[in-house]
Design a binder for this molecule. Structure first.
Ligand code: ATP
Length: 513
């Protein structure tokens, strides 16, 4: 990470704590690794992101319904889904720094560096030649061809090692690539071992292996086991989707990037059940739809890109990520997976219950295929927070930190600020708040100079500030200040609602998708 990006990330983290968005969990006991609490503003922003997703899925698609399944599930669920046997990450320790890493990520780091080298060569050449042909350049330039060959070779070895569960081969690859620990600088590694990411606990009062249950590592399985319940009671016809927002838990080996990788997090997942053979059409459909949903937030279309998976999970026949340009670079924000009939078929086998759909048009029973969209709520939060965070130099030489959060997602829509704490101004301000509070989340504040109060609202991302002054008492007008332009306008109180409504409206945002 470049130094400035590093600083930016640090500033975003400290800002989010200072302004009540995110606190380390149980901070008075020095926190708990990779677990975070959302504060008063964070909880509002998070709820608004959930609303944006939930309404998109369940209001804009009349064939998608939402459920809320329990976190605890019958333990056989996780046998059937493959998580007990295969939800592992390869880990390795450096004996000198005592730090633990994901072996595959150390290897992928080498690939990323080689890819960066290729990009540098391409950029240099693009500057030198007019009518630069990228495809031609990368297939003929000897240095680039050499880098690409190396990438392909590493990729193949990594893929084989993962597919064959061959940890010795993975260790050999780390040795051959001469990967050193970024902290100790040494190559003094332990062997690579598989590590299951599921948390377990006991259900009931007797601690016994038979009572062992898991905290769900993904929300999807709660949808699969309810597939027939929903299909039958909702009279759903294929193609249809089931959406869910909920907590998931993973005992991540390396969890050092704030809320990007947590041990307790939230997912927003939708499983779309389709006729076998039609899954690729729907996979492409959801890939495009989901990207549009992200881009409609206006955080910059260039900040998103697709990343197709070469190494497919055991259940998938196609998969891609929507990556976001986080402060530490492009990383996965959402996964879109064509999961075939793997899950339903496997639940059928383990439960002995039929999980099939009767297609009355074709007069046949089948196990549907599934296309899944899965986005991390906390990663969404980070994408919104990090890209909204701006340190601005103003014309008068002063500086401000402002969160340019898309207005419909902002924790507070409007702050109501009496200029002074006397002369009936607070009473008038409360009167206005009582008018607006049914439509918008309002924030009232009367302490400190007005400039300071504006800055505080900028830092929280409040799109509008309304100032109540002595003139308000005479003619029922207020000044309304726009967070982004900082322009102030004098308007009648009766106009305020209309001015604010459109830009903060979730419905208007949804209409742009
Ligand atoms: P990664 O490769 O980053 O570990 P993944 O491919 O394991 O992610 P999925 O199993 O596809 O992730 O989960 C779907 C989504 O859930 C991810 O796109 C991400 O947004 C979110 N997610 C997964 N793991 C975490 C985590 N530990 N903390 C926060 N969000 C997560």
């Amino acid at each position: 990470m470049a130094n400035t990006e590093d600083n930016l990330f640090k500033n975003v983290i400290s800002h989010s704590k200072e302004y009540g968005f995110i606190f380390p969990s149980s901070e008075i006991y020095d926190g708990l690794s990779a677990v975070y609490d959302y504060g008063q503003n964070g909880a509002e922003l998070k709820n608004n992101i959930k609303e944006y997703w939930w309404k998109f899925m369940t209001l804009l698609h009349d064939n998608i319904v939402g459920i809320d399944a329990a976190i605890f599930m019958h333990p056989t669920t996780w046998k059937a889904s493959g998580h007990v046997d295969a939800f592992n990450d390869p880990m390795i320790d450096n004996k000198d720094s005592k730090k633990r890493y994901r072996a595959d990520q150390l290897i992928e780091g080498v690939i990323e560096k080689l890819e960066e080298k290729i990009e540098k060569e391409v950029e240099k050449a693009a500057k030198r030649f007019e009518n630069f042909d990228r495809a031609m350049f990368v297939s003929t330039n000897p240095r680039v061809v050499e880098y690409q060959k190396k990438i392909d070779e590493i990729n193949t070895r990594l893929k084989d090692a993962m597919a064959n569960n061959d940890m010795a081969a993975m260790k050999q690859l780390i040795d051959d690539l001469e990967i050193a620990d970024p902290i100790s600088g040494t190559k003094n590694w332990t062997d690579v071992r598989q590590f299951n990411l599921m948390f377990s606990t006991e259900m009931g009062s007797v601690a016994d292996d038979a009572n062992k249950i898991y905290l769900r590592p993904e929300t999807a399985q709660g949808i699969f086991v309810n597939f027939l319940n929903v299909q039958k009671t909702g009279r759903m016809k294929i193609p249809f989707g089931i959406a869910q927002i909920g907590k998931a838990f993973r005992n991540e080996i390396v969890a050092r990037q704030f809320i990007f990788r947590m041990r307790e997090f939230e997912q927003m997942e939708m499983q779309f059940f389709v006729k076998p053979g039609e899954e690729m059409k729907w996979y492409e459909f959801w890939k495009a739809k989901r990207l549009k949903w992200h881009q409609a937030l206006g955080l910059g279309t260039d900040n998103y890109r697709y990343h197709d998976h070469l190494n497919l999970a055991h259940y998938a026949n196609a998969a891609c990520d929507i990556q976001f340009n986080f402060p530490m670079g492009f990383r996965e924000l959402e996964g879109i997976h064509s999961r075939t009939d793997f899950d339903l078929k496997s639940h059928e086998k383990f439960s002995g219950k039929k999980l099939q759909y009767f297609d009355s048009e074709d007069n046949q029973n089948y196990i549907p295929y599934v296309v899944e969209t899965s986005v991390g709520l906390d990663r969404m939060f980070l994408s919104v927070l990090a890209s909204s965070y701006k340190e601005e130099k103003l014309e008068d030489g002063s500086e401000r930190v402002v969160l340019k959060i898309p207005a419909p997602l902002a924790p507070n829509k409007v702050a109501i600020l009496p200029l002074m704490k006397k002369d009936g101004l607070p009473e008038k301000a409360h009167e206005i708040m009582n008018l607006l509070k049914f439509d918008f989340r309002c924030f009232y504040e009367e302490k400190d100079a007005i400039g300071k109060r504006y800055r505080r609202q900028d830092a929280i991302g409040t799109p509008y500030c309304i100032t109540v002054d002595h003139q308000t008492l005479q003619d029922n007008t207020v000044t309304i200040r726009n967070r982004d332009t900082m322009k102030q306008e004098r308007v009648a109180i009766s106009e305020v609602k209309a001015i604010i409504s459109e830009s903060v409206s979730m419905a208007e945002l949804l209409k742009t998708i």
